[in-house]
Write a protein that binds this ligand. Structure first.
Ligand SMILES: C[S@@+](CC[C@H](N)C(=O)[O-])C[C@H]1O[C@@H](n2cnc3c(N)ncnc32)[C@H](O)[C@@H]1O
Length: 351
């Protein structure tokens, strides 16, 4: 490329950098034209080069608690990796590894069943021997029987529990933290501290709050936050709010059930929020339906997603950019200690 072409390309790129909604930084516009979303995905992979094999950088999903310093506090977020199903998936085990583990367990079960069978036979011979010994009983008989009755192995059927968003079934997603939640929470803190965003006194509705880290940070920064999730995720969410938002802090936090795509509680839309903070781009059409209802033209949406499933993100961008102006926040504007090539942050405002 010659000098003039380079200047023209730089100018063209510069034109795509715009300010959207209440976020003060300049973001890169995602085109609403037919190929806009596909072009954005190509760019993302070129710029961020995410390594998909790498596990999470900031969270350990198999532990019960994550500590994170934010807003001058040490936050303690409880996780609930409570079943083997959830834990194995949370550790990022692939279906292949799980299949191998299942096979090993089945082999172990066969061995134990065999041992039980052998011990039964020994017991039968032992009983015969006892009878032959004219009523002389052995105390160990009963113990052996008791032990046989207790010896059974349950094979837990574990699966890689991908985001199962819209049917409300329990899954791992809302019970553990994700890197993008940490990145988004620290981004929001950084944006407020660097004067790019004002949260004090603003109404924020968080969608898919999960363990509640982002909502807690927003409340500590002065926002009036309503944290929302599927009904079965709200207990852990409330616990994390109680644990972390004690004492004096500037904003407020309330919890509300919200299933994407379903009718919204009036508390959420009257008045319409100033900000929506969202974490996941799953269940695209339901999420967009909720955004449509929740957002006015003065509502700024901040969305973080993980580059785990390109086609979902591409579909989301393609659908969202028809109704919203969408801009990607460059990593240079994130919290410098909380950047990850696997995470993306977008700002959206209704057209
Ligand atoms: C990937 S997790 C993110 C959790 C959380 N923001 C965090 O940082 O830990 C996605 C969240 O969206 C919620 N979610 C998924 N589908 C949903 C739906 N249809 N309606 C409401 N919430 C949903 C999940 O329960 C989960 O908490």
């Amino acid at each position: 490329m010659g000098g003039d072409e380079e200047i023209a390309a730089a100018e063209e790129e510069e034109e795509k950098m715009v300010k959207i909604g209440a976020y003060g930084g300049r973001v890169r516009m995602v085109s609403s034209l037919e190929d806009g979303a596909a072009e954005e995905m190509l760019l993302l992979w070129g710029i961020q080069q995410p390594t998909l094999s790498k596990p999470n950088t900031f969270v350990s999903q198999s532990s019960l608690q994550l500590r994170l310093d934010a807003c001058g506090r040490s936050l303690s977020i409880l996780q609930s990796p409570c079943s083997l199903s959830r834990r194995s998936s949370a550790m990022g085990l692939t279906q292949n590894v799980l299949d191998l583990m299942r096979k090993d367990l089945q082999e172990m079960k066969a061995i134990v069943e065999n041992m039980i069978e052998v011990s039964k036979r020994i017991n039968e011979s032992h009983n015969k021997f006892t009878k032959m010994s004219k009523g002389v009983s052995f105390e160990s008989d009963e113990k052996l029987l008791e032990c046989q009755e207790k010896s059974s192995i349950e094979i837990l059927d574990f699966v890689v529990d991908e985001d199962k968003p819209s049917d409300g079934t329990p899954g791992v997603t809302g019970a553990v933290l994700w890197d993008s939640g940490v990145v988004l929470g620290k981004f929001v803190e950084h944006a407020v501290e660097s004067g790019m965003m004002v949260l004090r006194g603003k109404k924020v509705v968080e969608l898919g709050s999960g363990c509640g880290l982002v909502g807690c940070i927003a409340a500590l920064l002065g926002a009036e936050v309503i944290l929302t999730d599927l009904p079965d995720r709200l207990r852990l969410l409330k616990k994390n709010i109680e644990t972390n938002l004690d004492g004096d802090f500037r904003g407020s936090a309330a919890v509300n059930e919200l299933i994407w795509g379903e009718e919204l509680d009036t508390k959420l839309i009257e008045p319409l929020p100033d900000y929506d903070v969202i974490y996941s781009e799953g269940a695209v059409m339901d999420l967009l339906a909720t955004l449509r209802e929740l957002c006015g033209t003065q509502t700024t949406v901040i969305l973080a997603g993980e580059l785990r499933n390109d086609s979902v993100l591409e579909y989301f961008l393609e659908s969202a950019s028809k109704e919203f102006i969408v801009g990607r926040v460059d990593q240079g504007q994130w919290h410098p200690d909380y950047c990850s090539p696997r995470v993306v942050i977008y700002v959206l405002v209704k057209r």
